[in-house]
Design a protein around this ligand. Structure first.
Ligand SMILES: Nc1nc2c(c(=O)[nH]1)N[C@H]1C(S)=C(S)[C@@H](COP(=O)(O)OP(=O)(O)OC[C@H]3O[C@@H](n4cnc5c(=O)[nH]c(N)nc54)[C@H](O)[C@@H]3O)O[C@H]1N2
Ligand SMILES: Nc1nc2c(c(=O)[nH]1)N[C@H]1C(S)=C(S)[C@@H](COP(=O)(O)OP(=O)(O)OC[C@H]3O[C@@H](n4cnc5c(=O)[nH]c(N)nc54)[C@H](O)[C@@H]3O)O[C@H]1N2
Ligand code: SF4
Ligand SMILES: [Mo]
Length: 916
């Protein structure tokens, strides 16, 4: 008999809390504990499929690193548990004092596109409606801000006109500045399917890196980072020349054509070829494919948004669509892929310093009047507050004295990491509200508030295609953790009471406490939804016809969804009428401008940053899952072999910019453009203290969207030479081990921590390097933290050579290893430990300086296919033995036969094999 569940397994409908694809998941649980997930076969974003991250979601929730209780923190790192009431009372007192002494503009909120629509609505109302501070920005500033300003400038409103079905309806896909094979894998599965069904579908990919996404391209444009405006103008130039524009559409539905035509005249293929470093033919060919298509769809993400001229890049892309009439029809249009699961919802409720609910603008007096009526307050502060980067600068200058950070980890994710740290150190009061603890930002908090997370609360989110989904609650939150909106609501009410008690002059005749109770009279999350819904009446995102009951009965719905309608609207602008004063879409004619920080003799290389397939942002969630480290275990510097003459594969490199330094292991990658390096954005002090990409990036902003230029910094790279390198391998049977080791590694100038093994048998790898040898105290502390200090341990020491090794055996099996000063056998020992092989027969060889020839196992190689556990070397073997297609590789070794997230990389390996 197979195992029988103790309690009946239940399934609760939810949505994956990672990327903006917004895949439906069914949470499997027993009412107390989340036990598994599967894709929701009925959800229109994914029809049952999930990627590597979605499939392992259940492993992230019951993690030892969950925040469980409110904690009071002193700046030396001491933490003390306090009661919720005391925590909110203290926060209210500190906020009230600062508001009284310095005015409401001295406090700020920094929130997140991963909050639910309800959370976002409440915190926005708290800042703007109760406190009267417009200083509320969100990590979506780092993510979607340029898409917002681009859409608004060209089309009048911040609305994505497309839907996922357009992928199937298009016959030309233009993927520019996006790597959906990694960042939106289920969207990419749809692209693969569309291509398989329709071999005539032409796919163009423009990205300075030959990414896994590029493996599906018919035409790949390796443009110079930052040069997109030139490329897009050049394509329009060709289209005009070849008479592939839609004169009727331009005449009937647009304005500004004459200026644009004039502008792009100068962008000849020859000039653009120089600006973008691309062959002229490629520019021409891309334009012709786009112009001849009967339905052209572009997909973009951070390669356009995260730029000091992101808005220009996006308006230039929209120009192409308007000039060819490629919008408002099935398969046609400029489709911005949303990064976070609810960046779109945050925009809907006005969770930005310049916005109000229902896509309204702070600077618009009518909009302010409408919202003050809805909220029942006299007036709203008329000036936009500060956006993320200037906000942290104002904190550093002492102008903003208190900041409440919720659901984001800015110490890792904002540009110029050193500035963010200075700001948080300068702040008088920092609240961090997070579902996990510790995080890098919590190190600077005075108060830490535990938030309920995915599966533990109800929530609404809107995905990339404007589709609103309802996430039901499956289990209760751990410890004292509470839903974010409840924390904001209760803080608002407490703040009202404190403001009364301290005699803060009250508005009109109402006391602060009664106002706070009235404004935040939310018994449940549905009451928030209803108020938000009212704010959309008559707006472009009108959802007055939607209810939670409809979402439950008929599933997720797209906006707008008007009162009386039976459904939402799939596509926008089908009538060619745009929400601008004239009803016409606008051509904008920006000039191409170079990146903010050009390379020079001191910093001769370009650094771009972005995502890995299996990690999510700053690792608080995916960092809990051992399987997700098997694809890439640490921040690797990807560098073209031509730029890596002094940097052998696997060696350590020091990457420096004008702001800071990173040390990372080198990976030679022919996918990199020579002269351009790549670092992943994910790693912070918990897993790679010297590997934070944002120690290098600069706070240069797009002048309109204020989004930072994460995708380009001038850097130099040189070998990082240390007197010794070393490693520790240990079992993670005691979860606290990780935390202890994380604390100890701060003693080393280089360290990375990665999870190994799997859920059933977790293990850890620590790699370190330094010049000074660790003293006996530090060695003993490392051994103790790693559980290597038992009497069964065997030692080998050669103090003269600086070699200190130790192995721990239990019943003949390797339990742990410490290698200091000599670590050439690490891969071999790691393989032995993970396989659980009996090593008694060759015990005397475990301390050998090199892996003994006759015992050499297959060299360790990263896992490309997580589901089936297939390594890169096994796939290369299958290719070597004659497999020529992804399917044949799957037949030979199983890779790519489950969730499919690795299929683009298998094609990449196939293509590289053909090329070499
Ligand atoms: N696995 C995973 N998926 C995620 C996330 C994650 O953390 N992990 N995060 C989610 C979020 S919030 C977001 S915003 C999205 C981001 O999704 P994407 O934007 O698709 O991912 P990135 O890796 O940030 O960058 C995309 C590509 O832009 C390219 N690029 C850099 N500079 C330029 C340029 O000047 N021009 C052009 N054309 N391309 C350029 C980079 O080489 C990179 O391949 O991913 C979402 N999905
Ligand atoms: N160099 C570089 N930097 C980048 C980027 C880049 O491409 N390059 N991309 C930028 C982009 S697009 C983005 S979106 C940002 C993302 O950057 P962040 O927002 O800083 O990244 P996350 O790790 O997702 O942070 C979310 C935090 O919320 C917590 N959390 C999870 N669930 C909940 C919940 O329900 N409630 C609460 N209160 N907390 C919760 C998590 O534990 C985590 O600490 O990074 C930006 N930074
Ligand atoms: S594509 Fe993957 S990460 Fe994105 S929502 Fe779907 S399952 Fe989650
Ligand atoms: Mo993002």
């Amino acid at each position: 008999m197979s195992a029988v569940w103790q309690s009946p397994l239940q399934e609760t409908k939810s949505v994956c809390p990672y990327c903006g694809t917004g895949c439906g998941v069914l949470i499997q649980h027993d009412g107390r504990k989340i036990l598994g997930v599967r894709g929701d076969p009925k959800h229109p974003a994914n029809f049952g499929r999930l990627c590597t991250k979605g499939r392992t979601l259940h492993q992230t929730v019951q993690a030892p690193d969950r925040a469980l209780q409110p904690l009071l923190r002193d700046r030396q790192g001491g933490e003390q548990v306090i009661h919720w009431d005391a925590a909110l009372g203290l926060a209210a007192e500190r906020f009230a004092r600062i508001i009284r002494e310095h005015g409401p503009q001295a406090v700020a909120f920094y929130v997140s596109g991963q909050l639910s629509t309800e959370d976002y609505y409440v915190v926005n109302k708290l800042a703007k409606g109760l406190i009267g501070s417009n200083h509320i920005d969100t990590n979506s500033r780092l993510c979607m801000a340029s898409a917002v300003t681009g859409y608004k400038a060209s089309l009048g409103m911040d609305s994505v006109p497309n839907c996922y079905e357009d992928i199937e309806a298009a016959n030309c896909l233009f993927i520019i500045g996006a790597n959906p094979a990694y960042a939106h894998p289920i969207v990419f599965r749809r692209i693969e399917d569309a291509k398989a069904r329709n071999p005539d579908l032409k796919i163009i990919v423009a990205d300075p890196r030959r990414t896994a996404t590029a493996s599906i391209a018919d035409l790949y444009l390796p443009l110079r980072p930052g040069s997109d405006v030139a490329l897009l103008h050049g394509m329009l130039h060709v289209l005009i020349w070849e008479e592939l524009i839609d004169r009727d559409y331009i005449a009937a539905h647009t304005e500004g054509w004459a200026e644009l035509k004039q502008r792009v005249q100068a962008y000849t293929p020859q000039r653009v070829s120089e600006l973008c470093d691309l062959p002229e033919d490629l520019i021409r060919e891309a334009a012709l494919e786009f112009g001849r298509a009967h339905a052209a769809l572009s997909l973009w993400c951070q390669g356009l948004n995260q730029s000091s001229h992101g808005t220009d890049k996006i308006t230039a892309l929209i120009n192409l669509h308007l000039a060819t009439g490629q919008i408002g029809r099935p398969g046609a249009g400029p489709f911005s892929l949303t990064g976070q699961p609810n960046a779109m919802g945050g925009r809907e409720v006005g969770g930005m310093p310049n916005l109000l609910p229902g896509h309204r603008e702070i600077i618009n007096p009518e909009h302010r009047a409408e919202i003050s009526r809805l909220w029942g307050v006299e007036a709203l502060h008329p000036e936009p507050g500060l956006t993320a980067v200037p906000l942290f600068k104002a904190i550093e200058r002492g102008e903003i004295k208190a900041v409440w950070i919720a659901c984001t980890n800015p110490v890792v994710s904002l540009p110029d990491q050193q500035q963010v740290v200075r700001a948080l150190q300068a702040a008088e009061f920092v609240v961090v509200q997070d579902a996990y603890h510790p995080t890098e930002t919590a190190e600077f908090a005075d108060l830490i508030l535990p938030a309920a997370s995915w599966g533990e609360r109800e929530a609404l989110v809107t995905n990339s295609e404007r589709r609103i989904s309802r996430l039901a609650q499956a289990v209760s939150a751990p410890g004292q953790a509470r839903p974010d909106w409840e924390i904001f609501r209760d803080f608002a009410r407490t703040l009202g009471e404190i403001l009364d008690m301290t005699g803060h002059p009250s508005p009109q005749t109402e006391s602060w406490s009664s106002r706070a109770r009235r404004l935040f009279d939310y018994p449940d999350s549905e009451s928030i939804f209803k108020e938000f819904r009212e704010s959309t009446r008559g707006r472009d995102l009108d959802i007055t016809g939607l209810s939670l009951a409809i979402l439950d009965e008929q599933g997720p719905q797209q906006w707008p969804f008007h009162e009386g309608a039976t459904g939402g609207r799939q596509r926008l602008y089908t009538d060619g009428i745009f929400p601008t004063p004239s009803g016409r879409a606008r051509f904008l004619a920006p000039a191409y401008a170079p990146v903010a920080e050009e390379i020079d003799a001191r910093y001769p290389l370009r650094l771009t940053t972005g995502r890995l397939r299996d990690q999510w942002h700053t690792l608080s969630r995916t960092g809990q899952v051992a399987g997700l480290f098997q694809h890439v275990a640490e921040p690797l510097l990807e560098i073209h072999p031509e730029d890596a003459k002094a940097l052998p594969e696997g060696s350590l490199a020091r990457i420096s910019s004008r702001r800071g330094t990173v040390i990372a292991r080198v990976r030679h990658a022919r996918a990199q453009l020579p002269g351009t390096l790549f670092l992943p954005m994910h790693f912070g002090s918990r897993f790679a203290p010297q590997g934070m990409a944002n120690a290098l990036t600069l706070p240069a902003l797009d002048p309109v969207s204020k989004q930072p230029e994460f995708k380009h910094a001038a850097v130099r790279v040189e070998p990082a030479v240390f007197a010794w390198t070393g490693a520790i391998l240990c079992r993670l049977d005691v979860p606290a081990r990780l935390r202890e080791l994380q604390q100890l590694v701060s003693a080393f100038p280089f360290a990375t921590l990665s999870r190994l093994g799997d859920e059933a048998d977790p293990a850890l790898l620590l790699r370190i390097a330094a010049d000074a040898l660790p003293d006996t105290g530090l060695l003993a502390a490392l051994d103790a933290a790693a559980g290597l200090d038992g009497p069964e341990g065997l030692d080998y020491q050669d103090a003269r050579r600086g070699v200190f090794k130790r192995v721990l055996l239990r019943e003949g099996r390797l339990q742990g290893v410490r290698l200091i000063g000599e670590d050439a056998t690490l891969d071999w020992l790691q393989a032995l430990m993970l396989s659980g092989e009996d090593v008694r027969g060759f015990r005397h060889l475990l301390f050998a300086p090199q892996t003994p020839k006759n015992l050499q196992a297959t060299p360790l190689s990263r896992a490309v296919c997580n589901c089936m556990g297939v390594s890169e070397s096994a796939i290369l073997r299958a290719i070597g033995e004659g497999a020529t297609t992804v399917e044949a590789v799957g037949k030979a070794c199983g890779a790519g036969t489950q969730c499919g997230s690795c299929k683009p990389e298998i094609s990449q390996l196939l293509q590289m094999r053909v090329a070499s």
